[in-house]
Design a protein around this ligand. Structure first.
Ligand SMILES: C[S@@+](CC[C@H](N)C(=O)[O-])C[C@H]1O[C@@H](n2cnc3c(N)ncnc32)[C@H](O)[C@@H]1O
Length: 359
């Protein structure tokens, strides 16, 4: 209730309306109250654990072991010795990478908005002592391999709604107002547009991602030497802004069930939007990074040696890890993009099946 009251107050103070990006930011990150600020379990394989959704490193340690091959090559190719992980969740991926990479990682730095998750990470990663460090603000200069698994999808988005068709339709920004004390959608005319023209005579709802793009620009600004690997669900812009995807991609996750109403049970569930990887690639390039590769999670993990790891695994571990690469699970919807600062090199994770040309 306290979170709802806080958001209601923000709406009133703003004159009766806030953009969805502000609403999502408060629902997820409002200090002490937002979904990621609270100490609920969040990640896990089954709802019985009290968790809401599963991520790749929670599903199987083979995810981190395969990714380690790419991180090792990136450290070598860029002559760097640090890993910087954004949004490290329960610390599972950090543990998998530290175990697999050993002394090759001199320092593992974690940047997370969530104080409660930081406490969980500190407990889990205690065996590595002060090789693992947490920072609240980014330094002016970073050298190393930057990682973010399912971080971009947790960044607040703005909603755009077109009423009417391509010809003569009017674009609005969809935000949140109060109606009888409850949250309600409210649209306002806007000059904002999706990055591509949407064909068709129908109403259309979608998202734009200025915060995720600003995040990539900040990385480009700080990364003096090294590489960035971002893994998440999403597509290139022709698929993202396809005329048939007229309901947008905002989703909520709670107890391993998904729903599409972020205005209900605020703070009790995760709120996400898919990633527009074309927007990420363009923001990176404009800020001086090179796109070194873009592919599906399945291609990426097989290129990183998941095949032999699966062969060595027992039946239960193999069944869990298979979800990382199966087309109808995480294999096709999840993508990986690699960005580089400094001279170009060929990342092994994109050797087969690179789709950079489709961005
Ligand atoms: C869906 S969780 C993913 C957690 C973990 N990477 C995993 O795969 O299990 C999203 C995480 O991103 C963090 N996050 C979101 N925006 C962030 C930002 N700008 N900087 C650092 N962490 C961020 C959240 O606090 C949360 O820990």
């Amino acid at each position: 209730m306290a979170l709802q009251a806080r958001i209601a107050e923000a709406i009133t103070q703003a004159g009766g309306w806030i953009g969805f990006d502000r609403f999502m930011a408060m629902a997820l990150y409002e200090p002490g109250l937002g979904y990621y600020a609270r100490s609920s379990p969040k990640f896990g394989a089954m709802p019985q654990s009290g968790s809401d959704f599963v991520t790749a490193p929670e599903l199987s340690p083979l995810f981190g072991r395969a990714l380690a091959a790419q991180v090792a090559q990136a450290l070598e190719a860029t002559g760097t010795h640090e890993v910087w992980e954004f949004g490290a969740g329960s610390g599972a991926l950090a543990q998998q990478l530290l175990e697999a990479l050993g002394e090759r990682v001199r320092r593992y730095v974690i940047v997370d908005l969530s104080g409660s998750l930081r406490a969980r990470q500190q407990e889990r990663l205690a065996p590595w002592g002060d090789r693992v460090q947490w920072v609240a603000a980014l330094p002016a200069r970073i050298e190393g391999v930057v990682l973010g698994n399912e971080v971009l999808d947790a960044m607040p988005v703005q909603l755009l709604a077109r009423h009417g068709g391509q010809a003569g339709g009017v674009w609005h920004e969809r935000g949140v107002a109060l109606h009888g004390g409850a949250f309600a959608w409210a649209d306002r005319p806007t000059a904002l547009r999706p990055p591509v023209e949407i064909e068709g005579p129908h109403d259309y709802l979608t998202e734009i991602h200025p915060q995720a793009q600003a995040f990539v620009r900040t990385l480009a600004d700080r990364l003096a030497r090294g590489a960035v690997l971002l893994l998440d669900y999403g597509f290139g812009e022709s698929e993202y802004y396809h005329p048939q995807r007229h309901m947008g991609t905002v989703m909520c996750h709670r107890g391993h069930a998904a729903d599409s109403n972020p205005l209900a049970d605020v703070g009790e569930k995760d709120v996400t939007a898919h990633v527009d990887f074309t927007g990420i690639a363009l923001a990176a390039q404009e800020a001086g990074l090179q796109v070194l590769g873009y592919t599906t999670q399945a291609h990426f993990l097989y290129n990183c040696g998941l095949g032999p790891l699966l062969e060595q695994a027992g039946p239960a571990e193999r069944a869990a890890a298979a979800k990382l690469v199966l087309e109808h699970e995480m294999g096709e919807l999840f993508k990986v993009i690699a960005l580089g600062a400094g001279p170009a090199w060929e990342p092994l994770g994109f050797a087969r099946g690179d789709r950079s040309h489709r961005l």
